[in-house]
Design a protein around this ligand. Structure first.
Ligand code: KG4
Ligand code: ZN
Length: 350
């Protein structure tokens, strides 16, 4: 049996390169961020409408060592002070993931300290532990990012049950695709949110999938029908030569996404009788989602937690928090120097 007191004052260096941010962070005891250096590639993709995998891998290669050096320096430590290395090994772009995984293996080998593989999706959930010091499982987590929309019952630090996920597009992906058609740069979520603030959210009635609470599929999501409905609306207006009110369109689209997310999350909180719900992932930055969900949960005496915007989008600090709780429970024995990237990794269940 591991003596838990041994796991105090532990410093983990975490590395995240799953998509378009090269990030390294030093996290103490899974809860305290000593540094969180993020080098974003977003500017390279604004004209492409999305991340270009080949460019992502090259940029990670150029940046990863500098970002790690900066994270260690900013934390005011030396690499000899580190107790373990945490790294995202999936899901994500394979070439991008491999850059972080290779750097982490090299460091773990050279420093002779444990290597802890981290699931990026779990990392998003754990971002909440960095800012909400009293937050503890169990709770319901809604992960809403560019690649994923997943409702999870987090029973304990190392015990997750996936309740449902998207069958097609992720919520963030729908925001990005609609934004692209409206001519906004990538990633489009923040632009849609800003435009929606000036619009009437009840102007257009867009479809909402799997909303029958009696159905077995109730905790599943689907956003491709909504995306197509928005595109059809725009095309048919163009064909008729009609002006589109972009603000109303953005507001009505955002409402369709947010309403579905809230409906299912509130139902999950009730079904599993939790006192807390957490938001995670890039779309958790959306104020309409935060405010309306908070309001609805308050009516059933459930509290909502979400990370600040910098910890909602991809960052290594969240990976450091997740790595610590695996380290503490000794659930990392299978992280060896043979570790490989797994691009389509699912949330680990127990
Ligand atoms: O978690 P994240 O940084 O990367 C992935 O792992 O996917 O999420 C990025 C996604 C993008 O789709 C972006 O448009 C969306 O989060 N996003 C937003 C907002 N800020 C970022 N979507 C809606 N409203 C926002 N304010
Ligand atoms: Zn992410």
């Amino acid at each position: 049996m591991v003596n838990k007191d041994v796991y105090k004052e532990k410093l983990i260096l975490a590395i995240e390169t799953s998509c378009d941010e090269t990030s390294a962070s030093v996290v103490k005891d899974g809860r305290e961020v000593l540094s969180n250096v993020i080098s974003s590639q977003i500017e390279f993709y604004q004209n492409f409408g999305g991340v270009v995998p080949e460019i992502a891998s090259r940029k990670h290669l150029e940046n990863v060592i500098g970002v790690i050096d900066a994270a260690v320096k900013e934390a005011g430590i030396t690499i000899k002070d580190l107790d373990a290395i945490g790294v995202t090994y999936g899901p994500g772009l394979v070439g991008a993931l491999l850059v972080g995984v290779s750097a982490a293996k090299a460091l773990s080998f050279a420093l002779d300290i444990p290597l802890i593989k981290v699931n990026h999706l779990e990392g998003h959930i754990f971002a909440n532990f960095l800012e909400h010091k009293n937050l503890e499982p169990p709770f319901i987590a809604l992960i809403v990012s560019g690649g994923h929309t997943i409702l999870v019952h987090v029973r304990d630090y190392n015990d997750f049950e996936v309740l449902g996920q998207t069958r097609d597009d992720a919520a963030g992906e729908a925001f990005d695709k609609v934004a692209r058609v409206l001519g906004f740069p990538y990633p489009g979520g923040p632009y849609i949110e800003k435009t929606a603030q000036k619009g009437n959210e009840n102007a257009i009635d867009f479809p909402k999938a799997f909303t029958n609470s009696k159905s077995e599929e109730f905790f599943e999501f689907s956003f491709s029908g909504l995306k197509s409905a928005v595109l059809n609306y725009i095309n048919s207006a163009k064909q008729k030569g009609e002006e589109i009110n972009v603000e109303d369109l953005a507001a009505s689209f955002q409402k369709a996404v947010v309403d579905v997310l809230i409906l299912k999350t509130v139902a999950a909180a009730q079904k599993y009788k939790v006192k807390n719900v957490v938001l995670a992932g890039g779309v958790a930055a959306n104020k309409s989602l935060r405010l309306n969900l908070e309001k609805e949960l308050a009516e059933i005496n459930v509290a909502l937690y979400y990370p600040s915007n910098i910890l909602c989008t991809d960052n290594a600090a969240m990976i450091g928090s997740r790595a610590f709780y695996k380290y503490k429970e000794g659930v990392f024995e299978d992280s060896t120097l043979n570790l490989n990237a797994i691009p389509s990794l699912n949330l680990e269940e127990k």
